[in-house]
Ligand binder design. Sequence first.
Ligand SMILES: NC(=O)c1ccc[n+]([C@@H]2O[C@H](COP(=O)([O-])OP(=O)(O)OC[C@H]3O[C@@H](n4cnc5c(N)ncnc54)[C@H](O)[C@@H]3O)[C@@H](O)[C@H]2O)c1
Ligand SMILES: CC(C)[C@H](C(=O)O)[C@@H](O)C(=O)O
Ligand SMILES: [Mg+2]
Length: 361
Amino acid sequence: MTTRRKVLVAAGDGIGTEVTAAAVEVLRAVSQRFGLGLELEPALVGGASIAAHGTALTDAVLDRARAADAILFGAVGDPRYDGPDAPDRPERAILALRKQLGLFANLRPVRVDEASAGRSPLRESIVAGTDLLVVRELTGGIYFGQPRGREGERAFDTMVYTAPEIERIAHVAFGLAMRRRKRLTSVDKANVLDTSRLWREVVTRVAANYPEVELEHLLVDACAMDMLRRPTRFDVLVTGNMFGDILTDEASMLPGSMGLMPSASLAPPRPDGTHPGLYEPIHGSAPDIAGQGIANPVATIASAAMLLRSSLGQPEAAAAVEAAIAATLAEGVATVDILGPSQGVSTQTVTEAIVARINPG
Ligand SMILES: NC(=O)c1ccc[n+]([C@@H]2O[C@H](COP(=O)([O-])OP(=O)(O)OC[C@H]3O[C@@H](n4cnc5c(N)ncnc54)[C@H](O)[C@@H]3O)[C@@H](O)[C@H]2O)c1
Ligand SMILES: CC(C)[C@H](C(=O)O)[C@@H](O)C(=O)O
Ligand SMILES: [Mg+2]
């Protein structure tokens, strides 16, 4: 297998810079322990890039993203660029990277083991044992459909899905279900939307290739409810771009914080079986806590573990990072979002605890 080791680190804005710095420390430690020779190259994106270059994503950074073996992304979003007169929107950086790099499959795992169930704001008996994976279509749907625009007091967006777009994400989801508990829930709004009726039809067609997988269709509103009522009933879920966005913020309350939710955004596999990919926490730049040193770095560090496994082909290094995260949390070392202001510790303290477990030297 080709040795893949060049990682573009796009920290972005707000807590994006804080949690990415934490994940970089962990990647350096794991690189040293496993002799990976990782090359970590910083890049400006989002509001930071607007401030420096007037655009959320420069062509140079896009080229470097294409050339890298993987991308570690923090978060973009800066209230300074929210207004109608802003030169660009920070969020355009992540949307353009996903689209331009063909990162159509967004994997968002959610796990709540028995030991950590007590940390959820939801009832322990409901969330304990949750182990689900949301497969979100990431380069289509209402996020990218044309036409879109604003005409004075009228604005419009277009929801479009084509059968090939649905087919390829369905194959990813069925493939993952085959490696898990062989249950797939396809989430749509087929009682209202034509795109969802096509979605349902195509997913049902693709199911014929995976007779061992039990497929169910669920309307997105009912899914939102069942996610809180009986999350343990889900294995793999597959859904469109916007439904996946919303359902995964909701799902973050199963483990108890957005700061625990990693993600991988993958393009089709390369010949060596690894994927070009971008890895990021599902949360944003959190302007409400930025600069305080209290952001939870776990989602980004867990995203870095996914990067090691899926884009760099380093499953042992990935497992070492995941084990270090689990041990740190199990020992009760966690940030304020998990433990509250009296017991929560800083981003740096959590990071050091994770690094110490990876590289005790
Ligand atoms: N992929 C991305 O870059 C991405 C993702 C989501 C939102 N955003 C952007 O981020 C900005 C802020 O959005 P928002 O406030 O709606 O969502 P957010 O995810 O930034 O924050 C939501 C809430 O969760 C908390 N939170 C989030 N991550 C946390 C962490 N790691 N540790 C502790 N608490 C955490 C925040 O403090 C806030 O209370 C917006 O500009 C939005 O567009 C970017
Ligand atoms: C920042 C925004 C464009 C993004 C999305 O909606 O995809 C975010 O909410 C996410 O979940 O990654
Ligand atoms: Mg989101």
